[in-house]
Design a protein around this ligand. Structure first.
Ligand code: SAM
Length: 208
């Protein structure tokens, strides 16, 4: 894996972690060999909402087992590992995102386990060891409303305590919020991040 030393161009900091911009030479090099195909081709801003929310609500603690759904390049996973030493698993159906996640984990000197699986295929057994499950910008197609609702049900049956989704405000996300409000202990909040700059969106927090 290419080595990164900072400070340098196309490397930025947010919420205590280093992240790579798409123009960074490491990313350009990875792009020769890998091509994420389900929108996992950059760091999405909803990840910063998750980081800010976790900090404000003190949701993380050392050794806590947490799982990120649709982790992509893994910014929020890396934050959990770096910030308080959580045990993190990043899940994505697209294998091609993991080299980018690993490159970013390396420059932050943290370990994030990865699991190649789709949301639909995550079983109660996969979810049972997790205390907190979260996802940033993973509700962008209509079919995800039902898929995530069922996943939340499976996770609660498996004993997961908290599930947090962050989103810029897409319709399938609002539909998921509505379903959760009918069936679960649900908090729906407007939220904004302050790093690397202000970004506004929404948090869905469902408690078991
Ligand atoms: C918009 S990106 C968000 C990535 C990351 N959470 C972020 O905020 O930077 C959506 C991610 O979800 C993954 N994804 C899409 N459909 C999926 C599915 N059915 N199961 C698991 N992951 C999926 C994609 O591969 C991609 O990495």
């Amino acid at each position: 894996m290419p080595q990164v030393t900072e400070p340098e161009e196309y490397l930025f900091q947010a919420y205590g972690i280093f992240l790579l911009e798409n123009k960074h030479p490491v990313i350009k090099e990875l792009n020769h060999s890998f091509s994420p195909s389900v929108h996992g081709h950059k760091t999405w801003n909803s990840s910063f909402l998750i980081m800010d929310y976790f900090l404000h609500k003190h949701l993380l603690s050392p050794n806590k087992t947490v799982m990120e759904l649709g982790c992509g390049w893994g910014p929020a996973s890396i934050f959990c590992a770096e910030n308080v030493d959580c045990k993190v698993t990043g899940v994505d159906l697209d294998n091609e995102v993991f080299p980018y996640l690993e490159a970013q984990a390396d420059i932050n000197k943290v370990k994030v386990s990865t699991l190649q699986k789709s949301f639909e295929k995550l079983t109660q057994k996969d979810l049972a060891s997790q205390e907190l499950i979260f996802g940033a910008d993973i509700c962008f197609w209509e079919q995800f409303t039902d898929i995530h609702f069922k996943l939340i049900k499976r996770a609660f049956k498996a004993g997961v305590k908290d599930i947090v989704f962050a989103d810029p405000g897409r319709q399938p996300f609002y539909d998921l919020v509505e379903l959760c409000e009918k069936h679960f202990n649900t908090e729906f909040l407007e939220w904004y991040s302050t790093e690397p700059k202000k970004f506004e969106g929404y948090i869905l927090h469902v408690r078991n």
